[in-house]
Design a binder for this molecule. Structure first.
Ligand code: KIV
Length: 273
C-alpha cells in the first residue's frame, strides 16, 4: 500500500498533537484544484487557500481587493483536490472585521460553500472576541500576527515586526490571548526570529506557523507560487527559498508549441482521428 493511502486525514487535533510531539508542521498555499491535489499527494499537512491569490493569481499589488466570493470559489476548487491535508481558507479584508456577526456569516460561507475545514483571520488580541465566538460556532480558527498584509498601508510597507519593545509586547500578548481564545495554530509573519522562538515556546496548544519568522516555529508556510518561481522577479524577500524555477520550463514549452503549430508539425498524424 502506498504512503498516500496509509496517511490519515489531518485535523486541527493532528496539528496540535504535532506541536506537542515536536513534529514540524508543513503548510503551503493553493488556489486551484490541480495544485491542491499535488500538495495533498506530496504529503503537506495544511493547504491554505491564501488571500495571496490576490497577488499571485489575480495580479493585484496587495491582498486588499480580493472578495469573499472569489475566495470561496478558490476554496471550493482546491477542496476537490484535497483529501488528507487540513483545508484552511484565509478570510479576506473586511469579511470578518466589521462585526462578530459578519465574521460568523463569512466564515460559515467558506465552510458551507467552499468546504473549508478551518479559517485564518489576521489580527492579534483585538480579534479575541471574534475568535471565541467563531470557535463556539464550530469554526476552527488559525490566527495570523506579525506583518499582517491586509494592514499593509498601516504598516507603511513590509516591515519586519518585533524590532521595538512595544511591537514585541503586542505580539507576545496577542499570541497568548489567541491561544487562550482557542486558536489551533497561528501564522507568525515577518518578525524577528528571537521573538517568534519566544512566542513558540510560551504556547502549548496553539502551533506557530512561520513565514519570515525563523526556524524555531512549530511549522513553516510559503506561497506555493514563490517556491516554484512563479513570482515577480523583484520579489526576493530574505526568507524566501525557491525550490524550482518553472518560468523557463513554461516559456520553453509554449515557444515549442507556437513553433510547431506555425510550422505544421503539430498536430502530427498521431494526434489526428
Ligand atoms: O495569503 C497567504 O498566502 C498567507 C500566507 C503567506 C500565510 O497569508
Amino acid at each position: 500500500m502506498s504512503t498516500i493511502r496509509t496517511r490519515k486525514k489531518t485535523t486541527v487535533q493532528t496539528i496540535v498533537a504535532k506541536k506537542a510531539n515536536g513534529e514540524k508542521i508543513t503548510c503551503l498555499t493553493a488556489y486551484d484544484y490541480f495544485i491542491g491535489r499535488l500538495l495533498d499527494q506530496a504529503g503537506i499537512d495544511i493547504v491554505l487557500v491564501g488571500d495571496s491569490a490576490a497577488n499571485v493569481v489575480h495580479g493585484f499589488k496587495t491582498t486588499i481587493p480580493i472578495t469573499l466570493d472569489v475566495m470561496i470559489a478558490h476554496t471550493a476548487a482546491v477542496s476537490r483536490g484535497v483529501e488528507r491535508a487540513l483545508l484552511v481558507t484565509d478570510m479576506p479584508f473586511l469579511s470578518f472585521q466589521p462585526s462578530i456577526e459578519t465574521a460568523i456569516i463569512s466564515c460559515g460561507r467558506c465552510m458551507k460553500e467552499g468546504f473549508a475545514e478551518a479559517v485564518k483571520i489576521e489580527g492579534g488580541i483585538e480579534m479575541v472576541p471574534t475568535v471565541k465566538r467563531l470557535i463556539e460556532c464550530g469554526i476552527p480558527v488559525m490566527g495570523h500576527i506579525g506583518l499582517t498584509p491586509q494592514s499593509i498601508h498601516r504598516f507603511g510597507g513590509p516591515k519586519v515586526q518585533a524590532r521595538e519593545e512595544r511591537s514585541r509586547n503586542y505580539l507576545k500578548e496577542s499570541a497568548l490571548a489567541l491561544e487562550e481564545a482557542g486558536c489551533f495554530s497561528c501564522v507568525l509573519e515577518l518578525m524577528e526570529a528571537n521573538t517568534a522562538a519566544e512566542i513558540t515556546s510560551s504556547l502549548t496548544t496553539m502551533a506557530t506557523i512561520g513565514i519570515g519568522a525563523g526556524r524555531e516555529c512549530d511549522g513553516q508556510v510559503l506561497v506555493t507560487n514563490d517556491l516554484l518561481g512563479l513570482r515577480e522577479p523583484e520579489f526576493t524577500p530574505k526568507f524566501l527559498k525557491q525550490y524550482a524555477d518553472l518560468p523557463p520550463i513554461i516559456s520553453e514549452a509554449v515557444s515549442k508549441y507556437i513553433n510547431e503549430v506555425k510550422s505544421g508539425t503539430y498536430p502530427g498524424p498521431e494526434h489526428s482521428y
